[in-house]
Design a binder for this molecule. Structure first.
Ligand code: ATP
Length: 622
C-alpha cells in the first residue's frame, strides 16, 4: 500500500434540498430553509447557518451534483483509490432520487458513475481493467444478495488481507454499460420497497451497489496492479412514528426500528470518528450497515456524503438532525491510500495468465491444424480416393453397358433358338431331294457359303500371321474357339499353339471342324467360366451371330457330305450364358457397394477437410 501524498483529507459533505413534492404543495407547506450561497444553508425562521462543501438547491440537477462532487472520486477509484458515496436523510428527502434517479429523465449517481467508468476505460488505452459488481441490501439486520434473491442473511467476514467481505455474495464480471444496467435493474426488482405516509416508494433497506475495479498497466515493465472498491450506498431514511401512522403493522414497526437503529449506529460512528480527542471505541460492529461501511469510514476510502433534506418547514426537526449529522461528518479526516498489489492473486492477473496460456494453446492448435490441412498425406489420400472412385465408377459403367448388350444378345439367341428348333424339326422329318427345286436352292446357298468360308479363312490367316493389329475374330484351327475381345484376352489365348498356315486343313473339306468347332468353343467357355475375371468371361460369350454362323456352317457341311447335322445343345449354351450374366450381376452389385462405400469415405474426408479449413479460418480471424 502506498500513501498518496500523505495528506489528510476530509469527507466531502454536500447538502441537497429537494423541491416541494405534491404532498407538501397540497398541505401548503412553508419553506424551512434558504440557501445564501453555494456552500451554505440557513434557517428561514432563525439564525442557524451551516457551511458544507456544497449546498445544492431545488433547481440543481443530479448531473451537476455528480460532476461537482462525485466524478473525481469515481475517477480516483479507477486509479486504485477506494471510494464511497452515500446519501443520508429522512424518509422521502430524495436519497433514492439522487442515487438511482431515473435513467431517462434524471439519471442518478449510480448510472452516472457507470457511464464515467466506461468512458474512462475507453479513454485509457495504456491500462487494462476488470470490473466486478455486486448488489447487496441490509434489511432487518440481514445482508441479502439483490442479484440472487435466494441468498439471504449472508455472513460478513473480516480478514487483514481482503478486509470486510460478504461471504457468498454474487460478484459478476461486467464488460459493458448495458450489462451493469441489467444487474442494477435485476437488483431493483428484489429490493424491499413499501408505501409510507411520506413516500409512495420508500426504501425499507439500505442498498449497497459495489464495484471492484482492478486496473493494470499494459506495459510489460510495470507489473503493478491496483484494486479499488467503489461503494454506492442508498440508505433507508430515518423515520418518526408518524411515518406509518397509529395503525402501523408490527411488520412495518419492526422494519422502522431496524432502520433507525442502524442509522443511529452510523451517527454514533461518525460522531466518534469526528471527535479525534476521544479514545472511546468506535461501534462499527453494532450494526451490519456500519460493519460494511467500516473500511470506507476508517480511512481507506475517499468519502462523499450527500445529505438530503426537504425544503418544508414541516420537516424542520428531521432536516436539522440531518444537517447536524452532516456537520459531524464534515469534521472527519483521513489519509487516503492507493491500493497497490504486487502479487498475482488479483483476478485480472489470473485472467491475463489464463488468456496467455489459452492463446499459446490456440497458437499450437492453429499450427497443428494448418499442418494437417496442408499435409500432403491428407490431400494425397483425398486425391487417391477420388481416383479410385472414378476408376470403379468407370468399371461399373463398362459392366453396365456389357450387361445391357448381353441381355440383348440373350434375347436374340432365344429367338434364334426358337427358329433353329423349328428348322431342326424340318430337317429331321423331311428328306431333301437333290433333284428338286429345293436342292437347286440349296446348291446356290452352298456356293455362297463356300465363298464366305474362303473370305473367312483368309481373314483368319491374315490375323494369325500378325498383319492385323485389331483382331475381331481369331481362328487358329478348327478346334480353337472364336474370340471377340481386346488385346489382353487375345494374348491370353496365345498360349494355344501357333498355327502353321500350310498345315491348316481346308475347312471346306474338314468334316471334323464342322462338328467340333462349336463344341470346342463351349468347352472353352466352360473352362473360362471358372475364371476370376468377369470381363474375360464375358468376352468368351457366344453371340447369336457366332451360333448362327456355326449352325449354317455345320448344316452346309452336312448337306454337302449328306451327313446328319450334329445336335448342338443351345439350351445349355444359353444356360451357361445366363450363369455368366448372373455372375456379372453379382460383380456389378459388388461394384455398386464399393462405389457407395468409397463415396461415403470421400464425403467424410471432404467434410473433415472443410471443418479443418473452417476452424483455421475462424482462428485466423480471431
Ligand atoms: N431533486 C429532486 N427533484 C425532483 N423530485 C425529487 C427530488 N428529490 C426527490 N424527489 C421526489 O421526492 C420523492 C421522494 O424521493 P425519494 O424516494 O428519493 O426519497 P428517499 O429519501 O429515498 O425516501 P425513502 O427513504 O423513504 O426511500 C420522490 O417522488 C422523488 O421523485
Amino acid at each position: 500500500m502506498e500513501v498518496e501524498d500523505h495528506k489528510e483529507e476530509h469527507f466531502t459533505v454536500a447538502v441537497r434540498v429537494r423541491p416541494f413534492i405534491t404532498r407538501e404543495i397540497e398541505s401548503a407547506a412553508k419553506v424551512g430553509w434558504e440557501l445564501p450561497g453555494p456552500t451554505s444553508i440557513k434557517e428561514t425562521n432563525g439564525e442557524r447557518m451551516f457551511i458544507y462543501d456544497n449546498v445544492f438547491d431545488q433547481s440543481t440537477s443530479t448531473q451537476i451534483l455528480y460532476e461537482e462532487i462525485c466524478e473525481k472520486l469515481v475517477w480516483k477509484s479507477l486509479e486504485g483509490y477506494n471510494g464511497c458515496i452515500f446519501c443520508y436523510g429522512q424518509t422521502g428527502s430524495g436519497k433514492t432520487f439522487t442515487m438511482q434517479g431515473s435513467r431517462k429523465d434524471s439519471p442518478g449517481i449510480v448510472p452516472l458513475s457507470i457511464d464515467s467508468i466506461f468512458t474512462y476505460i475507453q479513454q485509457t488505452p495504456d491500462k487494462s481493467f476488470l470490473l466486478r459488481c455486486s448488489y447487496l441490501e441490509v434489511y432487518n439486520e440481514c445482508v441479502n444478495d439483490l442479484l440472487n434473491p435466494s441468498l439471504l442473511n449472508l455472513q460478513i467476514q473480516e480478514d487483514k488481507q481482503s478486509g470486510v467481505k460478504v461471504v457468498g455474495a454474487t460478484e459478476t464480471v461486467c464488460t459493458s454499460i448495458s450489462q451493469v444496467n441489467s444487474l442494477l435493474y435485476l437488483g431493483e426488482t428484489h429490493k424491499q420497497i413499501a408505501s409510507t405516509n411520506f413516500n409512495m416508494r420508500s426504501s425499507r433497506s439500505h442498498t449497497i451497489f459495489r464495484m471492484i475495479i482492478e486496473s493494470k498497466s499494459r506495459s510489460e515493465a510495470d507489473n503493478c496492479l491496483n484494486v479499488a472498491t467503489l461503494n454506492l450506498i442508498d440508505l433507508a431514511g430515518s423515520e418518526g412514528a408518524n411515518v406509518h401512522g397509529p395503525t402501523a403493522s408490527a411488520h412495518r414497526t419492526r422494519e422502522m426500528s431496524f432502520i433507525n437503529k442502524s442509522l443511529l449506529t452510523l451517527s454514533t460512528v461518525i460522531m466518534r470518528l469526528s471527535d479525534r480527542t476521544s479514545n472511546t471505541p468506535i461501534p462499527y460492529r453494532d450494526s451490519k450497515l456500519t460493519r460494511l461501511l467500516q473500511p470506507s469510514l476508517q480511512g481507506e476510502s475517499k468519502v462523499v456524503i450527500i445529505c438530503n433534506i426537504s425544503p418544508s418547514l414541516d420537516s424542520y426537526e428531521e432536516s436539522l438532525s440531518t444537517l447536524k449529522f452532516a456537520q459531524r461528518a464534515k469534521k472527519i479526516k483521513q489519509i487516503i491510500v492507493k491500493n497497490e498489489i504486487h502479487d498475482s492473486k488479483a483476478l485480472i492477473v489470473k485472467y491475463e495468465h489464463e488468456i496467455k496460456t489459452l492463446q499459446e494453446k490456440l497458437r499450437d492448435m492453429e499450427t497443428k491444424l494448418f499442418e494437417e490441412s496442408e499435409s500432403q498425406d491428407y490431400n494425397d489420400t483425398v486425391v487417391k480416393m477420388e481416383l479410385k472412385l472414378s476408376t470403379i465408377q468407370e468399371e461399373k459403367d463398362q459392366l453396365d453397358t456389357k450387361m445391357e448388350s448381353l441381355m440383348q444378345d440373350k434375347l436374340e439367341m432365344q429367338s434364334e433358338l426358337e427358329r433353329l428348333r423349328s428348322m431342326i424339326l424340318v430337317s429331321e422329318n423331311v428328306k431333301i431331294n437333290p433333284e428338286s427345286n429345293d436342292a437347286e436352292q440349296f446348291t446356290e446357298n452352298n456356293s455362297k457359303l463356300n465363298d464366305r468360308r474362303r473370305v473367312r479363312l483368309s481373314v483368319m490367316r491374315e490375323s494369325v500371321s500378325g498383319s492385323s493389329q485389331s483382331i475381331a475374330r481369331v481362328s487358329y484351327r478348327p478346334s480353337e474357339i472364336l474370340l471377340k475381345s481386346g488385346s489382353d484376352i487375345e494374348s491370353r489365348f496365345r498360349k494355344f499353339p501357333t498355327i502353321d498356315e500350310s498345315k491348316v486343313p481346308d475347312i471346306s473339306d474338314s468334316g471334323e471342324f464342322r462338328e467340333t468347332m462349336l463344341l470346342d468353343k463351349l468347352d472353352n467357355l466352360k473352362e473360362l467360366l471358372e475364371s476370376e475375371e468377369p470381363l474375360e468371361r464375358m468376352s468368351m460369350m457366344l453371340t447369336p451371330q457366332d451360333i448362327q454362323e456355326a449352325r449354317e456352317f455345320i448344316r452346309h457341311s452336312d448337306a454337302h457330305e449328306k451327313k446328319e447335322e450334329p445336335q448342338i445343345d443351345f439350351i445349355a449354351i444359353i444356360q451357361e450364358q445366363d450363369g455368366i450374366i448372373q455372375s456379372l450381376q453379382g460383380v456389378i452389385e459388388e461394384k455398386d457397394e464399393q462405389v457407395a462405400l468409397l463415396k461415403d469415405e470421400l464425403e467424410l474426408c471432404r467434410a473433415n477437410l472443410a471443418r479443418i479449413q473452417k476452424q483455421l479460418k475462424e482462428m485466423k480471424n480471431k
